[in-house]
Design a protein around this ligand. Sequence first.
Ligand code: ADP
Ligand code: MG
Length: 191
Amino acid sequence: MMKVFKRFAFCSLDNYTATTPEQKALVHELGEVIERGMNGNILIIGSVGTGKTHLAYAIMNACAERWKASSGEEYYRSDKVYYTTIKEIIDNIKSSWKDPTASDMETYCKVPLLIIDEIGVQYGTDSERTELYEVFNRRYNDMLPIIAISNHDKGALLHILGQRIYDRLTGGASIFELSGKSYRQGVNYGN
Ligand SMILES: Nc1ncnc2c1ncn2[C@@H]1O[C@H](COP(=O)(O)OP(=O)(O)O)[C@@H](O)[C@H]1O
Ligand SMILES: [Mg+2]
């Protein structure tokens, strides 16, 4: 499901405060993604509150605006850019074993741009990992990009995802490591 959380409804690249060189480079690259699409994957790593989800929504909101401008329709084109979390993918894999019609696998594998947020440690079983691998492998083979987002550093991600997924995700990818303290703590943002 395409979730549009109220908190992120107005996120854009313009209202993201980029202070570090890494943040500026990332905003620049995401601007290119919005204007021209993307070639390789993008991996965004950073501690909590560094604005990773904000940036994911900035892309979606920009795409939605373009869609609205060209079609007059309000809604996200989830067939163009699809935001999800790794937990949601795993949950979907599990529920599709009971009900194959509930599977979102084709979307994960075929949507032109897949954004996977909150890559953490939520998955354990071999069969779950096998299907997850399928998503990364098919997208890799079809040269379809992923924007992957995590609180974990590269070493931890390799451990979490396993070598096969990690290699496909990071091969030729642009990797941005955001640092700094949580934006949630510094600004009265209604948390
Ligand atoms: N650099 C930033 N500029 C503007 N807003 C930010 C920035 N970083 C975080 N925020 C805001 O702070 C809140 C938390 O950010 P979020 O994207 O959820 O962080 P993360 O996903 O990295 O944990 C959101 O409301 C987001 O819009
Ligand atoms: Mg987040």
